[in-house]
Design a protein. Structure first.
Length: 266
């Protein structure tokens, strides 16, 4: 397992995340991506470089690879992460990307790249105290002063994160028709505990009495598409093929079910 840690202002959370995954999976390579922007007048760059150096010393046993990049520049972020992901894919390695404390731009690009590689996963390490940085409590003068300053920070022009052309949702009439069947199957799987013991069982859920070869082929293709999209797992046992929702499939099926239950406005 390879970890790409986008190092920002949070040292402890980055360290705890790396330590957690080293216990769960073991780490073959650790990349510490830090800002190489001039740190003198850039607080984020200073924090990023300082934390990356301390992580390198603390995690010396993992022989971390230090990589400088510009976390506010889309091209720099994309080139850096994509290059590491490509090497990992060629080596047959899975990758975890830590987006806990990077910039919004780098976070968006990391998620975009993760959607391009099947060997990629993304994680974030939440703070034990989500409001640790807040000054005071609501009603306190110190809080109101902090809140007024925090909510009225000046901004730059919006940065649109560039995305690949492929989307999970359909782009043609034919795909829409197929997608409706796929979504129905996801909802049915959820209603039946997240798992089907065979293709024949799924065919019965759709109201067919007999599972002939034509229906088996059709629903096998539906399952194959959902498996390719990361929404189901299809494991073949000694006698039959068990189809189950992935973790993302469960989340997506819940959203589909809730969406179908929403009242429509006139």
């Amino acid at each position: 397992m390879i970890i790409i840690c986008l190092v920002g202002q949070h040292y402890r959370r980055a360290f705890d995340g790396i330590r957690y995954w080293s216990k769960v999976h073991g780490i073959t390579k650790l990349y510490l991506l830090h800002s190489d922007t001039e740190a003198e007048d850039n607080p984020f760059a200073y924090m990023s470089e300082t934390n990356a150096e301390e992580l390198r010393e603390k995690l010396e046993i993992l022989d971390p690879i230090m990589v400088g990049f510009k976390p506010m520049d889309q091209r720099s972020v994309f080139r850096t992460i994509y290059g590491i992901m490509s090497q990992a894919r060629d080596a047959g390695e899975d990758v975890l990307i830590d987006i806990t404390s990077t910039t919004n731009t780098a976070m968006g690009i990391a998620l975009t790249i993760a959607l391009m590689f099947r060997n990629a996963r993304v994680y974030s390490v939440p703070s034990a105290d989500p409001g640790w940085y807040v000054n005071g409590k609501p009603g306190d003068p110190s809080f109101e002063k902090w809140f007024e300053r925090a909510r009225d920070q000046p901004s730059r022009d919006p940065t649109e994160i560039q995305l690949p052309g492929y989307r999970l949702e359909p782009s043609s009439k034919h795909e829409e028709k197929e997608w409706e069947r796929e979504k129905k199957l996801l909802v049915l799987l959820r209603e039946h505990g997240g798992e089907a013991d065979s293709i024949s069982g799924i065919i019965r859920w759709f109201g067919y009495k007999a599972a002939n070869s034509t229906l088996r082929n059709r629903f096998s293709r539906i399952v194959a598409r959902l498996e390719m999209k990361g929404l189901v797992d299809a494991e073949k046992g000694s006698k039959m093929k068990v189809i189950s929702l992935t973790e993302f499939g469960v989340i997506f099926a819940e959203a589909l079910a809730e969406g179908a239950a929403q009242p429509t406005s006139n």
